[in-house]
Each structure stands twice: as structure tokens, then as C-alpha cells.
Design a protein. Structure first.
Lengths: 249, 206
């Protein structure tokens, strides 16, 4: 038995991404809407290289096998981009996470950054740290890192719950910029109130496209927009037909 | 070394496609392969957790050596080693590991939750001064109205707010907003998965 609705949805999504990435290769314009958080992040990365401070990328506590793993993969993509730009700094970027598999992948990401820059001998496993396994132990471990490691910018990109307020408050007290996004809805409400630059809804998933991770990231962002409008259209049609059938019955 | 990167990408794409296939086609043989793959992943995740614990201890041992707040790191290392050793020897069901969890871990995390309540109150109070815009005003107004409608004010329920406004805010407006956000998050999750499956996104390999 074949699940046709999922197959149709995925096929549409893949076709949109592939077609749009081919079109993107022929165009120099990205056509992305303004998300101030990413402009501030780019500025903060350049500033950290200049003043020799450190960027902290928090990838959260989700594992690779859970549905929240996608948010962690976005965190890894952003770590790679931030690392490419800021690895020449005196204090290279540091990553924290709350899951062993993501820690191994984050260490690989940072190690590859160093290898790309020909700085393999400077790499240390301490740059990808497991801060804690439970939500609050992760927050507590990350808070101490923000205070102790000369961090100038905190980028929270991954899966965080309400405990993220402890991390952002540590950023506030150490007078560092905090840019934060999560896939968790209560976590988003908390980050809206506590982070300097919150990333709401799907803005977290746009990180790769805004940090120049490649044309496929931009294409997938446009594909999301197309599919979102299709879903909105179907919801409106469903609601209207429901009202009409209710009135006529 | 040169074969490592394409091999890991091929394994990631192959495993992902097999697991995805089981959501599309319900065939017992493919389901069995998925179960085997997921079993391997569980074992690998447990091993990675152990690696993570070693990383945590190594980082704090280095901090002790460098003299960076050595007392905190010393307490962490001793606690981790003692808890791990006792649980390994006595088993997780023994009353000592259970007691460490029940009488140390849970109270410490509960106290952090209390700190979180204060942190959130303070952050909400500061929101309007830090980011004075329309969305911040709507956020604070919604928060206040929801609180007034949920918790009795000096033990007096405010009729219109408790019975009409608060349910409308939390069930209709907040519910619809949360669904909208979830659609965005869902689409972002699927897009990330597709990028990995077509081999376009592999941040951990060169």
C-alpha cells in the first residue's frame, strides 16, 4: 500500500527545490526578505574577528533521530558558516549541545573548518562541548561558558524549550548579543521576550540561505514559500467549503 | 581519508531513503530493515552519549589544570565520576543512584525552574524598553490579559476577562498563531530533510 499524499507532497517539494536551485544558478539575485537578526549576526561575526572575541553557537539538546534533529542540523549549518568566517579570529567559535551524536557532528564541523583553513594543528575537541544532558543542566553548563570564555555573541540555533531564558539572561548579564531561534513553540515565546534578536517560526530554517551556505538553501527557502501558499489556499478552501456545507445541510 | 566524506554522505542518504521509504510503502521486509537501522542508531547514540560524558569531564579537567574556576569544575568531575561509577556497579534501579536522582538532581533542577520564573518576569518587564514596537506591546497585553483571566486577582474572578476574553485569546488567537508557526517549522523541517537526502546539505563533512 502506497501513501500517495505524502509521496505527492515530497515530490512537489523536491521538484520545487531542484527547479528553483537551477534558476538560482542562472540569477545573481537572492530575493530574500529582510531578517534583521542575520544582518546583526554578520556584523557581530566581523566584529568578533576584529576584537578577538568569541562567537558561541548553541545547538540545543535535540538528538539526530528525533523530529527536532532538523533544527540541530540547521545549527550545524550555521556553525559551519560562522566557523568559515570567524575561524581566523584569535578566539575561534565554540559550540555547545546537549546530545552526544550532535556533539560528534559539531566537532567534525569545526575540525573541517580548521582543515579548510589549514589550521588543523590548532583544533581542539574542547571547541565542541557537551554542556549537559537534561534541559536545565544544559542551560546551566552553557551559562557558565558564556561568562568564562570571552564570548561576544551568542547564536542559539537548534531545539530549546523555556529553559533557554536562563541562557539568554546570562547573555544579557554578560552584555553580549543574543540571536536565538528554536523549533519549540513555547521556546519561541520565551525567546521573543528574552533574546535581543529572536528568530520566529521558520526564520530559524532560513539561516543557511542568509549566511551564504549555497544556492540550494535559497531554493529550499523559496520552495517553502510556494508550499506555504498552497497549504494556506487548501486551508481556506477547506474552511469555506466546511462553512458552505454547514449552511446548506 | 579521501573516501571518508563521500562514504559518510552515502550512508546518511541511503539510511535516510530507506527510513523514508517505510513511510511511503508499507512492506514488512522494508519495515524490518528500518527497525534494524533504528536499533543500530540507538546503540550508536548511547555510545555517543558516553563520548559526550568523557568530553564534559575532559573540558572540566582542563579547566582545573588552567585554574579557571577550579572549584566548580572539581565538584562537577567528582560528582560525575561518583554517580557514573555507582550506577555502573549497583545498577540504575538501586536505591543509591535512585536517591542521587531524586534528592539531588530533581531539587537542583526545580530550583533552576524557580530562577526561570523570576528571569521570565524580569525579561517581560524589560521587553518594552529593549524593543519598543507594536509586537512587544501586543505580547505584553496578551500576557497580562491571559494572566488576569487564568489566575484569580486577589481571589476575585474578573467576569468578562475570565469567561470570554482569556479563552478567546488562548484558544482562538494563540491556537491559530501556534498552528501557523508549526506549519512554518514543519516545512522547514521537511526542507532540511530533503536537502540532506539529495546530498546538498552536509555541514559535518568537507
Amino acid at each position: 500500500m502506497i501513501n500517495f499524499d505524502i509521496l505527492l507532497f515530497l515530490t512537489l517539494f523536491v521538484v520545487c527545490i531542484l527547479v528553483l536551485s537551477l534558476l538560482k544558478n542562472n540569477s545573481k539575485e537572492d530575493n530574500l526578505r529582510d531578517i534583521p537578526a542575520f544582518y546583526r549576526l554578520k556584523g557581530a561575526i566581523e566584529l568578533s574577528v576584529e576584537d578577538g572575541s568569541r562567537i558561541h553557537v548553541a545547538i540545543g539538546r535535540s538528538g539526530i533521530t528525533s523530529p527536532q534533529g532538523a533544527a540541530a542540523m540547521i545549527g550545524l549549518s550555521m556553525l559551519k558558516r560562522v566557523g568559515n568566517i570567524a575561524s581566523e579570529s584569535d578566539e575561534p567559535p565554540i559550540a555547545t549541545m546537549g546530545d552526544g551524536t550532535i556533539m560528534v557532528l559539531a566537532q567534525d564541523t569545526i575540525r573541517n573548518n580548521y582543515a579548510d583553513l589549514g589550521l588543523s594543528s590548532s583544533y581542539s575537541n574542547d571547541l565542541g562541548r557537551m554542556a549537559g544532558i537534561t534541559p536545565f543542566s544544559y542551560a546551566a553548563g552553557t551559562m557558565s561558558l558564556i561568562f568564562d570564555e570571552d564570548v561576544s555573541t551568542n547564536l542559539l540555533a537548534g531545539s530549546f524549550g523555556p529553559e533557554s531564558a536562563l541562557i539568554t539572561s546570562a547573555g544579557e548579564r554578560s552584555q553580549t548579543l543574543t540571536i536565538a531561534g528554536t523549533d519549540n513553540i513555547p521556546g519561541q515565546a520565551v525567546l521573543f521576550a528574552t533574546a535581543h534578536e529572536p528568530l520566529i517560526g521558520e526564520e530559524l530554517y532560513a539561516g543557511g540561505a542568509y549566511l551564504g551556505a549555497g544556492p540550494v538553501h535559497v531554493a529550499s527557502l523559496h520552495a517553502q514559500d510556494i508550499l506555504r501558499w498552497i497549504i494556506v489556499g487548501l486551508l481556506v478552501v477547506g474552511a469555506v467549503s466546511g462553512i458552505i456545507s454547514g449552511l446548506t445541510s | 581519508m579521501k573516501i571518508k566524506s563521500p562514504l559518510s554522505t552515502a550512508v546518511a542518504i541511503g539510511s535516510g531513503l530507506i527510513v523514508l521509504l517505510t513511510y511511503l510503502i508499507n512492506v514488512d521486509e522494508i519495515n524490518a530493515v528500518r527497525e534494524t537501522l533504528l536499533g543500530w542508531v540507538v546503540i550508536a547514540s548511547a555510545a555517543a552519549l558516553l563520548v559526550g560524558l568523557i568530553n564534559l569531564i575532559t573540558v572540566h579537567v582542563n579547566k582545573i589544570r588552567q585554574g579557571k574556576k577550579p572549584l566548580y569544575s572539581f565538584v562537577l568531575v567528582i560528582s560525575a565520576v561518583v554517580t557514573f561509577s555507582l550506577t555502573l556497579v549497583l545498577g540504575p534501579g538501586h536505591f543509591i543512584p535512585q536517591g542521587i536522582f531524586q534528592y539531588v538532581q530533581i531539587p537542583v533542577e526545580t530550583s533552576l525552574m524557580a530562577v526561570l520564573a523570576v528571569t521570565l518576569t524580569y525579561a517581560s518587564a524589560r521587553l518594552l524598553s529593549r524593543r519598543p514596537n507594536l509586537f512587544s506591546v501586543i505580547f505584553i497585553l496578551t500576557l497580562l490579559l491571559t494572566l488576569l483571566g487564568t489566575a484569580p486577582f486577589f481571589n476575585i474572578e474578573i467576569p468578562f476577562i475570565s469567561s470570554i476574553l482569556q479563552p478567546f485569546l488562548s484558544k482562538v488567537l494563540a491556537g491559530a498563531g501556534a498552528r501557523g508557526l508549526l506549519i512554518g517549522v514543519g516545512l522547514g523541517t521537511v526542507a532540511t530533510g530533503i536537502r540532506i537526502l539529495i546530498g546538498a546539505d552536509r555541514p559535518f563533512s568537507r
